[in-house]
Design a protein around this ligand. Structure first.
Ligand SMILES: *Cc1c(COP(=O)(O)O)cnc(C)c1O
Length: 374
């Protein structure tokens, strides 16, 4: 029986909960940084890079200031720019596309499948003589179909740059994301599976030449203290953020397990009411978001909101329809799967600190909605 007192509001995310139990550890890590004073590229940056590379099962990792820089620096390091085309999806966060435009290359979209990830069967049609790379996004923390994508990339000699922003720890046939292509680009934004106390990002690679280039590109193009090899930017990861992230690395697998348990419970309880994200045996998703596909989505969202259950839409406007994408020449109708999803997708609250009463509140509200309104 649920009593009045037990019904709780359910915010979409509540980072203060996590930092309550981590606070002492985090403050102690900050204290160490204050004591040694190496705020720029200090020892914690190197330690975090080593730790994250090992976690992903790759040779190298390069800490940067955010996930968008991770993507841009990787494209730049690979010499991708004017006259080149890069293929990605229209249903991602805008940074997946802006990074391509910002290095002077042309973004080309390929529609997605029901799993919200790039459709490898459509990908081949988008490849031209100018295509240099493909950026599959592991959206929601579910791995894209890397087997087929890798086969196509090999056939046409394309780089694969994985957008792992939402997918730290996700696996495809047992292998962690970030090592399937030439590079994996992660965001460490506070809302991601592994989040800093502010902005952060990291690039993974097995390629020594790319690694060495990235180390230079993130730091003004400096080969050493005084010699500049190429004009670049300041995109370093802060020492203080690396120190926080090192603390959080000890919790990441536990957090992912909780996210997965909540997802499994939502899936079981909501399957008869909305389309839930399934998980195939070869997939290990980390549920950065839990996106259902719902009939009368807008009404449902309002109904939940009235009961203090906060939900979001990732993303309400497909990238090819954004004003910024006008010159690419796409129109409504170009990517029907993405466009249809835009009308039905709804992201439910999912984070390790969500309590059982809150989870039950979400489930019963959705059941109520379809019970009452069907
Ligand atoms: C968050 C995100 C990014 C950008 O990361 P920032 O750290 O915010 O710059 C890129 N791609 C995807 C899919 C994301 O979710």
């Amino acid at each position: 029986m649920i009593t009045e007192k037990m019904v709780e509001s359910v915010p979409f995310i509540d980072l203060s909960q996590q930092h309550k139990y981590l606070k002492a550890e985090l403050l102690s890590a900050v204290g160490k940084v204050l004591d040694h004073g190496q705020f720029i590229l200090g020892p914690e940056v190197k330690s975090f890079e080593r730790c994250f590379a090992d976690y992903c099962g790759v040779r190298y990792a390069v800490g940067v200031d955010n996930g968008t820089s991770a993507l841009m620096l990787t494209l730049k390091a690979l010499g991708i720019g004017q006259g080149d085309e890069v293929i990605t999806v229209p249903n991602s966060f805008l940074a997946t596309v802006s990074c391509i435009a910002n290095v002077g290359a042309k973004p080309v979209f390929t529609d997605v499948r029901g799993d919200l990830n790039i459709d490898p069967d459509l990908l081949e049609n988008a490849i031209t003589a100018r295509t240099r790379a493909v950026i599959p996004v592991h959206l929601t923390g579910r791995p894209a179909d890397m087997g087929k994508i890798t086969a196509l990339a090999n056939k046409y000699g394309l780089f694969i740059i994985e957008d792992c922003a939402q997918a730290a720890g996700a696996r495809y046939y047992g292998q962690k994301v970030g090592g399937f292509g030439i590079a994996g680009c992660f965001s460490l934004h506070p809302l991601k599976v592994l989040g800093a106390i502010g902005d952060g990002g990291i690039i993974t690679t097995n390629n020594t030449e790319l690694y060495e280039k990235l180390i230079i590109l993130r730091n003004h193009g400096l080969r050493n203290r005084d010699e500049c090899e190429t004009w670049s930017v300041n995109s370093r990861l802060d020492t203080i953020q690396a120190a926080m992230l090192l603390v959080k690395m000890s919790y990441i697998d536990k957090w992912i397990e909780v996210r997965r348990a909540i997802a499994a419970y939502y899936r079981e309880k909501l399957r008869d009411y909305v389309a839930v994200p399934e998980e195939m045996p070869h997939e290990f998703s980390v549920y950065q978001t839990f996106i259902v596909q719902a009939e009368r989505r807008d009404e449902l969202q309002k109904y939940l909101s009235a009961q203090h259950i906060e939900t979001k839409i990732h993303y309400p406007i497909p990238l090819h329809i954004q004003e910024a994408a006008e010159e690419l020449g796409y129109a409504i109708g170009s990517f029907p799967v993405t466009e249809n999803l835009t009308r039905t997708i709804l992201s439910l609250p999912i984070y390790p600190e969500l309590n059982q009463i809150q989870i039950e509140t979400v489930i019963s509200a959705i059941k109520d909605f379809y019970g009452k309104y069907n």
